[in-house]
Design a protein. Structure first.
Length: 339
């Protein structure tokens, strides 16, 4: 039985040695052979150099894929899932915020034939900025209220899946991916392990507030049409309000001869209506943009290098050593007697 370990990497040069050492220490405790699949997502530090060295030193277990540029974590996860060949597949971050020791309990639980996936969820957010924690909790509440696919609060991408579940996820070939939603959408039974937040072992996170905010917007758009319903409701309410106001003004003018005056109120109404229209157009435009990207049929990622290509190139660039020249016997001139 084989375990495929998918590790997306973006500028993880400092954390990778700690991660690999921790996983190798855990390896004898699992009755599985390991297959590491590192995905270098356009890192700008020495991540690729370290992965090359690691693959050369461990050719049987370490594999890597390096993108031509940064395509995002979702593309990295998809590339890793496509290359995983194990009976079980897990996804982990290289910064050790996903505790490797949880794999022991995850493997024990997934032996139950009724369980297809064992996920993890953080019960605390110690060490995170308060504003990030607040918006993260608000995102999960909002998603579970307006979305058709439930997402567990604090759920991580760190999970152990069966081959059947991985194959089902790979059938979802959409360009706009939100893995937390896809893991839930396929519908296999999932059990969650709870743990407290763990700080990075080394390096700096590449996720800032605005990246997380944009990622959450993509999750809402990918798994809910509620924003479109809200835009329709706001537009209908605005039209109804304008109609009622028009009737009131006409009746008031006919009954009392008191026309409505004042440009400040008029400007305020125009700004309100115009802003509402722009908001609704923005929501609709977000969905149209997603459709536009899907219709292009662009690849999720482009591979620049992997361990096999690097091995071939490295072998081709090695200068062969000069072989000793073959000694040739100088023919002797026949003597007169020989003639």
């Amino acid at each position: 039985m084989k375990l495929s370990i998918i590790v997306p990497c973006y500028n993880e040069e400092e954390a990778l040695p700690y991660y690999f050492a921790a996983m190798e220490k855990l390896r004898p405790q699992l009755p599985l052979s390991f297959e590491y699949i590192f995905v270098n997502d356009g890192s700008r530090d020495g991540t690729l150099l370290y992965l090359r060295q690691l693959a050369v030193q461990n050719p049987e277990t370490v594999h890597y894929v390096s993108f031509s540029r940064n395509f995002g974590k979702e593309a990295g996860l998809y590339a890793g899932l496509q290359r995983a060949t194990g009976d079980y597949v897990t996804i982990m971050d290289a910064d050790l915020q996903d505790p490797p020791e949880l794999l022991l309990e995850m493997y024990r639980k997934i032996q139950d034939p009724e369980i297809d996936c064992v996920g993890t969820r953080r019960v605390t957010r110690a060490g995170e900025p308060p504003i990030r924690s607040f918006f993260a909790r608000a995102f999960y509440r909002l998603m579970n209220r307006i979305g058709q696919t439930p997402i567990v609060d604090g759920a991580r991408d760190y999970r152990l899946m069966t081959r059947q579940m991985v194959d089902a996820i790979l059938e979802l070939t959409e360009y706009n991916r939100f893995s937390k939603g896809l893991f839930s959408w396929v519908g296999f039974r999932t059990e969650y392990l709870e743990y407290e937040n763990v700080q990075r072992v080394a390096g700096q996170t590449s996720w800032n507030f605005w990246k997380l905010f944009s990622y959450s917007i993509d999750g809402i758009v990918n798994f809910s049409d509620a924003p479109l319903n809200i835009a329709s409701f706001v537009g209908a309410a605005s039209c109804l309000g304008a109609l009622i106001a028009l009737i009131v003004i006409v009746i008031r003018t006919l009954a009392y001869g008191d026309p409505t005056t004042g440009w400040p109120s008029m400007v305020s109404i125009l700004l309100l209506v115009g802003g509402t229209q722009l908001l609704c157009l923005g929501i609709i435009g977000k969905y149209i943009g997603k459709i536009f990207l899907e219709t292009k049929k662009r690849p999720q990622y482009i591979v620049r290098e992997d361990e096999r290509l690097y091995a071939r190139q490295h072998a081709a660039t090695q200068v062969p050593q000069d072989e000793p020249a073959a000694t040739k016997e100088t023919p002797t001139k026949p003597t007169l007697d020989q003639k």
